[in-house]
Design a protein around this ligand. Sequence first.
Ligand code: GDP
Length: 320
Amino acid sequence: MIRKVTLIPADLSDTTSLLEAVTVTQPHEIYNLAAQSFVGSSFDQPLFTTEVDGSGATRFLEIIRHLDKNIKYYQASTSELYGATTKVPQDENTPFMPNSPYAAAKLYSFHMTRMYRRAYGLFTCNGILFNHESPLRGLEFVTRKITNSVAKIKLGLQKELSLGNLHTKRDWGFAPEFVRVMWLMMQHHHPDDYVVATGETHTVKEFTEEAFAAAGLNWKDFVKTDPRLQRPLDVTHLCGNAKKAEQVLGWKPEVTFKRLVQIMVHADLDRWQRYQRGEVFPWDAPNYSHEMDIISRTVSREGRAAPTGIRGLLERLRIR
Ligand code: GDP
């Protein structure tokens, strides 16, 4: 088997580990997608978020500046930068108005990335990516939280789903298509900043409706709202205009909103069905504590109650 990926541990808050990773690999391109990426947690961990999402980018830029100015650098910037803006749709000229510690940290790394391009002539790009989803999305994000719950409700493993604000609007795209445009930016002869989005916007409620419908269920029978899941400040309406990426890079998204929801619901249904058949496979849900509870409460194939907690998981994975 060809080894396509080599993993090297590094930490954005630790300059030495980044220096080591860059020295060892001698890369042509660096894609900095690492972050404390959950907006909700950034309100609880503002300083950690600043350290990783803000200063982390500067550490990379400094390493490139001192070590090898030919290394190209991609910075994962974000539609969250637009925050409280009332301008819709948002493009590369829309003023940023961050509305969370996450967005404030990302605003700093956005400007540093652009500044190093202008000040030192580095090849640096900011991809201002709007929300991009896939079956690999973390369970803390609303899309995957919904599709994972839909699958469990369909299979009788969960009774209801609690959500926060159902009225915020997001421009949700399909992550694999967005990764392609990151690469396209880095192959262009001229480094620049680009908005990447579908141009279509939907409420959290619409996503919920569509996800339950994809499993043949009515969302109204299962969803309740919980004010504790609302944020101190939220971003109400994101909708991107990706004309520049289309004109300069020839990029256009193809997966529609409806198709995206179906892909995610079907993937989660498939995973939970495999779990119910007793299959053990690499899967993220067991890493989340609330999922562990469900997993350990489920009666095993042999008809006995499965051992609980970590022990149960280790037994299922045949690790003793
Ligand atoms: P974000 O756009 O990076 O913040 O992505 P999220 O998926 O975390 O949140 C998208 C929107 O869904 C935000 O406006 C949240 O306030 C809203 N939302 C409503 N209920 C929930 C929930 O239960 N979990 C999360 N993560 N977001 C929720």
